[in-house]
Ligand binder design. Structure first.
Ligand code: DGT
Ligand code: CA
Ligand code: CA
Ligand code: ZN
Length: 574
């Protein structure tokens, strides 16, 4: 629930904007704008105040106090409603575009009927602004640039996109003479599934030189702010990157602070306060003596707070502080715990590499086992047939043993159809070492149908893994709607593992659902779903998602030794 203060601040700001757009008194608009900021930042709860008390808020006079009071009693401000009636909401949104003021926005509306950012974009591209007074070619260019930036700013990128950009930038900064340390922090270090912006920390002998180099990197598209301790840029791809240069002896405290999450930091600061300490990005200090107690090393900062070092993937204030205080933090699974990959494709279907190339690359990663799970016939674009599957199996058997001690398994990725049936009958499925089954179509079925579909797949004794269970594609496709607790219970009962698909566009099952499923006793497979050799390395993102779901190695079937895995894959099969 939004604070009343924030609600009212937004209304007052809207009122100010509408006054400006409708050609009202500019002075009056500024008065409302100031009041909006005062109310938003006011510590007391305005919902509990009468008109007299409201007038004591800075910048709130009699008439504004009366409007707030009206809103608190009736839920509306009638003068605001009147102004709203004069001008569509989309026109006000236009003024958010950098370089477009209220006068021009209202002119665009009256002359061309433009009432949204989309219609403005269309009008510019159609050349409709050419004949308008005051809109030259340069203005059009600025507007398009502003619109583009807004689109980008409103978007978060997936973990893979954020990570590649960050790794490239960190590597480049480490090459700059005088740069001593450089790492990424923020949501990226916590390996969140989407990244708002990249936070980079560094120590340097000459901070100004490092900042200059940062603004000139080939990845840098635009400099937003350039300072000695903080510089922000936008990459050519539109992603914001903040570089902070910190004193070497605050390294640990800065890393702790800028890794976040904000919610986690609020808790660590509370713990500090209880111990009569003060925690900031500069260090942990004794409040009475002012003495610095810890700052260079992140683990020391946690240690002096009476906490073990908490892995960044757990720092979301979702119980990790309590668990740490009780000494019960989980020993989360690490990438080095994984012994194999159980969902991969070759060029027999839609992969890019041959079976040999995929297997060789897997062996290179040190895996003890590796499953090839090409698509089944129902995904007809992939042209899989019984004959092809059997021929591939022969090839797998022949190659098994050719890659050191790595065991090759022959599997398939089945399609769960709208009724919950899969491509092949039980007799044929019995020939595979491993069957993964996934949703590849009919993503918008009602909840009951999707749930029933997944339950039927769980009940199939040959299906041991449900692939990318929600079928989400980050930023492009919503997860399917299912009664997940019912699905999880069925998985636990039938011995069906849920996949954590490591593709950064998927990260599916998402961490929140992983944790819920884990609570019901479900097992997991962290798989690359590789369609090419480089995809095998996406495993790190899947592992991070498992960590964010608090999983231990014991809950991940491909962290098990081969014999235990084989027993799991064979269990209950006729
Ligand atoms: P993002 O960028 O939206 O994906 O998420 P974060 O977590 O990277 O957030 P960001 O970039 O705004 O800030 C980076 C870290 O800095 C954040 O995780 C915690 C710390 N931080 C930023 N602002 C505050 C604040 O107001 N209070 C506290 N306690 N920490 C903050
Ligand atoms: Ca960030
Ligand atoms: Ca940031
Ligand atoms: Zn799939």
């Amino acid at each position: 629930m939004e604070r009343s203060n924030d609600q009212v601040a937004n209304l007052l700001q809207e009122y100010a904007d509408l006054i400006a757009i409708t050609g009202g008194d500019a002075f009056k608009a500024r008065v409302y704008e100031k009041a909006a900021r005062s109310v938003g930042g006011y510590a007391g709860d305005i919902a509990k105040m009468d008109a007299g008390e409201l007038r004591r808020i800075p910048n709130v006079g009699t008439s504004i106090a009366a409007k707030i009071d009206e809103f608190l009693r009736t839920g509306a401000i009638h003068q605001l409603e009147e102004l709203r009636g004069k001008i569509p909401a989309g026109v006000r949104r236009l003024t958010v575009i950098p370089s477009l003021g209220p006068k021009k926005a209202v002119m665009l509306y009256h002359e061309l009927g433009i009432d949204s950012i989309e219609s403005l974009e269309g009008a510019i591209r159609a050349g409709l602004l050419h004949d308008l007074h005051g809109f030259g070619a340069k203005t059009e260019e600025n507007l398009l640039h502003g619109i583009e930036l807004m689109h980008k700013a409103g978007e978060r990128v997936d973990l893979g996109v954020g990570m590649s950009a960050a790794e490239e930038i960190v590597a480049a900064l480490l090459q700059v003479p005088g740069c001593e340390r450089c790492v990424y922090a923020g949501s990226l270090r916590r390996m969140k599934d989407t990244i708002g912006d990249i936070d980079v920390l560094a120590t340097a002998r000459e901070p100004a030189a490092l900042m200059d180099a940062f603004t000139r990197l080939p990845t840098t598209g635009e400099v937003i702010a350039h300072g000695d301790t903080k510089t922000s840029v936008r990459t050519v791809a539109g992603l914001q990157v903040d570089l902070r240069v910190v004193p070497a002896d605050s390294w640990g405290a800065a890393l702790q602070y800028f890794t976040g999450s904000k919610a986690h930091n609020i808790r660590t600061r509370e713990i500090a306060v209880h111990k009569k300490l003060k925690l900031s990005e500069y260090g942990l200090f004794d409040v009475t003596t002012g003495e610095k107690i810890a700052s260079t090393d992140e683990a020391d900062v946690y240690g002096m707070l009476g906490l073990p070092w908490i892995p960044p993937t757990l720092r979301e204030d979702s119980g990790e502080i309590e668990a740490a205080l009780r000494g019960e933090l989980p020993r989360i699974v690490a990438e080095t715990d994984l012994r194999g990959d159980l969902h991969t494709h070759t060029n027999l279907t839609d992969g890019l590499a041959s079976l040999e190339e995929m297997a060789a690359a897997a062996a290179e990663r040190g895996y003890a086992y590796f499953a090839i799970t090409d698509h089944a016939p129902e995904l007809y674009m992939q042209r899989m047939t019984d004959e092809k599957a059997l021929a591939q199996r022969e090839q797998v058997r022949k190659l098994d043993g050719a890659y050191g001690g790595m065991r090759l398994l022959h599997g398939t990725e089945l399609n769960i159809d709208p009724e919950g049936d899969v491509d092949w009958p039980p007799e044929f499925l019995a020939g595979f070492d491993l069957c993964v089954a996934s949703l590849h179509s009919h993503f918008t079925q009602p909840r009951e149908e999707t749930t029933r579909r997944l339950l039927r797949a769980c009940e199939n004794p040959h299906i041991k893994i449900i692939g990318h269970p929600t079928a989400r594609v980050i930023g492009r496709r919503e997860p399917v709607d299912a009664d997940w607790d019912t699905v999880f219970t069925a998985c636990a009962r039938t011995g069906t593992a849920l996949e954590i698909d490591a593709f950064p566009e998927r990260l599916d099952l998402p961490a929140g659902l992983v944790r819920r499923a884990s609570g019901k006793g479900v097992l997991f497979a962290v798989d690359s779903d590789a369609h090419a050799v480089p995809h095998l390395a996406n495993m790190r993102y899947g592992v991070a998602t498992a960590q964010r779901g608090w999983l231990t190695a014991d809950q991940v079937i491909n962290a098990w030794p081969l014999d235990r895995l084989l027993r799991f894959l064979q269990a209950d099969r006729p």
